[in-house]
Design a protein around this ligand. Structure first.
Ligand code: SAM
Length: 221
């Protein structure tokens, strides 16, 4: 098996199961035109996020790492009427592109983009006494994921679901002595999840158009 085979299977699944959507394809096009890195989730993964939001019956979603809002649109597509997303992004240009993409996709009214380092926005949400989020998607700077988990635990409730992207990193997650800060951050996140008695969790490896990676899913008990 190689990258070409993974691409072929992903394209097959995408064409069969992920319906074309002008808002989503337009967002990817706009991201490329604006020079944003193509590090959004894959279409099949985006649809999984939408399904998870629906399966949890989530009404309030917190996303850390907006980029151009591709995953945000998928998350928004899973919300019931009146549902809400708060998405955190540190780079003003990414947030600007995301806002335009969310408008074009028809979901902007459900989404608040907070432009600041996520740690600052998370501290603000806690100090504002934000209502608990039902679903949290971690997809920003991996080095800080263990910190983001701590904030997420303050901003969720029993039954909330926390999904963390990119936990396999081409297999480097098993490099105990690795120095790559994203791997170190991912391992710290996974350790924190494993040690927290308030969480039940697993992690799944995936292959596809985004290579060999995976995600962790945790539920607050
Ligand atoms: N979730 C997006 C999607 O699938 O469409 C992809 C997000 S991309 C992997 C990560 C994003 O997190 C980038 O836009 C980056 O600017 C942002 N980011 C990185 N460090 C951050 C930080 N400390 N606070 C907030 N955002 C950050």
């Amino acid at each position: 098996m190689n990258q070409q085979s993974w691409n072929d299977v992903d394209h097959y699944f995408s064409q069969l199961l992920v319906r074309p959507d002008a808002g989503l394809t337009g967002a990817l096009r706009a991201n490329t035109e604006a020079g944003l890195p193509a590090i959004d989730v894959a279409p099949t993964q985006g649809k999984l996020l939408m399904l998870l939001v629906k399966l949890c019956g989530a009404r309030r979603v917190l996303e850390i790492g907006t980029l151009g809002g591709y995953s945000t649109i998928w998350l928004a597509r899973g919300l019931p009427a009146g549902g809400r997303i708060v998405t955190l992004e540190s780079m003003p240009k990414h947030a600007e592109v995301a806002h335009s993409n969310l408008l074009h996709a028809g979901v902007a009214e459900h989404v608040e983009i907070r432009v600041a380092p996520a740690a600052e926005s998370l501290a603000q949400l806690v100090s504002d006494g934000a209502a608990p989020f039902d679903f949290v998607f971690l997809d920003a700077d991996k080095v800080n994921n263990a910190r983001y988990l701590q904030w997420a635990m303050m901003l969720t409730r029993p039954g909330s679901v926390i999904v963390c992207d990119n936990v396999v990193r081409n297999g480097h997650v098993v490099d105990e002595d690795g120095t790559d800060e994203s791997v170190v951050g991912t391992r710290a996140f996974l350790d924190a999840v494993a040690e927290d008695p308030r969480l039940e969790a697993t992690a799944i490896q995936t292959v596809g158009v985004k290579g060999w990676d995976g995600f962790a899913v945790a539920r607050v008990k």
